[in-house]
Design a protein around this ligand. Structure first.
Ligand code: SAH
Length: 479
């Protein structure tokens, strides 16, 4: 180890920054975040960046050239001027007094170096490459930022509030360690991360009262996986995917996304296969209840957003009835993802002021839609599950007064490398779509915004022959 990582307590102490430019301002902001007072030495004006951060009233500007007396009372020193000779002088003066000193971006004249920081106060993670590859530690930091929930600090604060109670209950260090391991691995942590702090507090109190109680019931994470491209997952979705014990998924979840779930998690497929019936929704609901009651963390993974044509509402109703805790993670719905990747803005001041999303699922060969509402001008209609009913859809819209020349598009496997867009009009789209032999899932977009596709199309994937979605139907999945 080339450097010893330590955390300095600078609350109410003084930090000295030499240099009034942007670089110095960044160091001053860090010092202020840590509760310090900051003296900035610079004979000139301070950069605007100094006025920005909260707490800039804790900055004292000494408008003079640096002299060693400026170090009086300082606990830590940053040399951040553009003048190398001055920085060196600051370094030497600080060394003479055995003060920790950092010359920004010059590890060879530093007694300490600054890490990349992930701040989830009171939890703080610091990453350093020992000055060898700062960009690498910044990249690592970015990865950690995605992995550590924003509310991690709140979990630590909650633990802090229980510290003395736990100490009373468990007089030995070993007993306390075991308790905290159990508590922090239990659903308490997820309760805090999903904003259910009171519930977390009650559960923790209960665990403490009866140290033998295991938190019996697991939890269901109802997670939207987005339209297919793994890049469009949310941080929260990814985190829950990587910690769940069981994954219950259907056919709309793309294989690369499924691959990102915890390797050793059990997987349950509840989607539809050709000639096979889907697992009925009631049964799926009960599978979720059963798994959670076994104490498992169950990931219910769905394509797109769970509350948009996803039956997510029905599933959590059953969970609520059975007292199973759950959380819902929203996602990019097909309309948003597919339209973005097809270069079709769903609203546009020159074209459409309203957006309607409907299901085009055929029931007994017809579509039960409010045609008059759909056929109004200056709006965009997005049709989910509409491939099979495309002919009916276009016919009905024309019958209800929509001009036959209205632009219309159908997009196959939007956002993935197999994305294919076919554009036409209400008149021509059905024939064009059938010629194109589209593979599901597909989304239909109708309205004048579709005419922008030609100009705004930006995503030109190279399709890979063997990488298609694993199911052949464009039917509503029982999600
Ligand atoms: N909950 C999902 C929708 C489920 S309904 C969501 O919010 O997106 C299933 C329908 O979504 C499919 O029949 C298809 O119309 C549409 N769909 C989902 N992903 C798609 C994709 N990548 N490309 C095109 N259509 C998609």
């Amino acid at each position: 180890m080339d450097y010893l990582p330590i955390f300095l307590d600078l609350k109410g102490k003084n930090g000295l920054v030499v240099g009034g430019g942007d670089v110095g301002a960044r160091k001053a902001a860090l010092l202020i975040n840590a509760g310090a007072w900051v003296t900035v030495v610079d004979p000139g004006e301070l950069a605007d960046a100094y006025a920005g951060p909260k707490g800039s009233d804790r900055i004292i500007h000494r408008r003079e050239a640096f002299k060693p007396e400026h170090l009086d009372g300082a606990e830590v020193v940053f040399a951040a001027s553009a003048d190398d000779a001055l920085n060196k002088a600051v370094y030497e003066a600080a060394r003479a007094r055995h003060l920790p000193v950092n010359v920004v971006d010059k590890p060879e004249v530093c007694t300490f170096i600054m890490p990349s920081i992930i701040d989830r106060s009171p939890v703080v993670v610091a990453v350093s490459s020992g000055g060898e590859a700062p960009v690498l530690s910044r990249l690592l930091r970015a990865r950690l930022e995605t992995l550590i929930p924003a509310a991690y600090g709140r979990l630590a604060a909650l633990a802090g509030r229980f510290k003395s109670q736990v100490r009373k209950h468990f007089p030995t260090t070993e007993g306390r360690r075991k308790f905290w391991e159990r508590a922090l691995m239990s659903p308490v942590a997820e309760m805090v991360f999903s904003g259910r702090e009171q519930e977390a507090e009650h559960t923790l109190a209960r665990m403490l009262e009866d140290s033998s109680t295991e938190v019996g019931v697991g939890e269901v994470y109802l997670v939207g996986a987005g339209p297919g491209n793994p890049d469009l997952l949310t941080f929260r979705a990814l985190r829950l995917m990587q910690q769940a014990d069981v994954v219950v998924y259907d056919r709309l979840v793309s294989p690369p996304i499924l691959d990102m779930c915890r390797r050793d998690a059990d997987r349950f497929y509840v989607g539809k296969e050709r000639d096979n019936h889907a697992v009925p929704q009631d049964e799926i609901n009960m599978v979720l209840v059963r798994l959670a009651k076994e104490g498992k963390r169950v990931l219910r993974l769905k394509g797109g957003d769970p509350f948009i044509f996803g039956r997510g509402g029905e599933e959590i109703e059953t969970l609520r009835e059975h007292g199973v805790p759950f959380q819902v993670v929203p996602a990019v719905t097909a309309a948003a993802g597919v339209a973005a990747y097809a270069g079709i803005p769903l609203t546009h001041r020159d074209h459409a002021q309203a957006l309607i999303m409907v299901t085009g699922h055929l029931k007994d060969g017809t579509m039960d839609l409010d045609w008059d509402m759909l056929c109004r001008p200056r709006q965009t209609i997005v049709i989910y599950m509409g491939l099979k009913g495309l002919v009916t859809l276009c016919d009905e819209m024309k019958k209800h007064g929509m001009p036959a020349s209205t632009p219309a598009a159908i997009v196959q496997q939007g956002t993935t490398i197999n994305q294919k867009t076919v554009t036409g009009t209400l008149d021509t789209l059905p024939a064009l779509a059938s010629q194109a032999e589209l593979k599901p899932p597909t989304l239909i977009i109708i309205g004048s915004v579709v005419s922008l596709h030609e100009k705004l199309n930006w995503f030109h994937p190279e399709p890979a022959e063997d990488d298609h979605w694993h199911t052949p139907l464009d039917q509503p999945a029982h999600m």
